[in-house]
Design a protein around this ligand. Sequence first.
Ligand code: SAM
Length: 144
Amino acid sequence: MATPKSALRRALRAAKLEQGETLYDLGSGTARALIIGEKEFGAKGIGFEIGLPIFISSRINLFLRRAKSVRVFRKSFFDADLSKADVIFMFLTPRAFVGLEDKFVSEIRPGCRVVTFSSPLKFWQPQETISLPDRQEKLYLYKA
Ligand SMILES: C[S@@+](CC[C@H](N)C(=O)[O-])C[C@H]1O[C@@H](n2cnc3c(N)ncnc32)[C@H](O)[C@@H]1O
């Protein structure tokens, strides 16, 4: 499942992603968030994806779109260092969030914005909940 591009654009605008900042996508799928981050916001991108076929498709997409400021890694985001993120995007099931609170508290830098699509974090209160036109899912914005 991929986040609709319109929702990604809205998410990155809500997070105030700026040129030169670094966007992380935890569970980066086809890398579409990171490609939009680079092409439309001028951001660098880092993604982590455990699924092999989708990881390969993300590498192909990055090559085809010439997304030179984006790197994707085939590993769990639980094994990644999140301390360089300015904005973190996630579209994950609530189960995949388990254990993330401790990692966020110890690693992400103050001022980092976190935005989730569809599932809110259980451990933080959103600063903003954003409805999307013609969709049931919402965006949830948090600030570290
Ligand atoms: C619903 S998809 C979202 C893909 C993309 N972020 C998007 O919004 O279009 C969630 C992805 O997270 C990946 N994933 C789940 N748990 C993960 C983990 N611990 N580390 C890395 N990837 C993970 C899954 O393989 C899946 O491709």
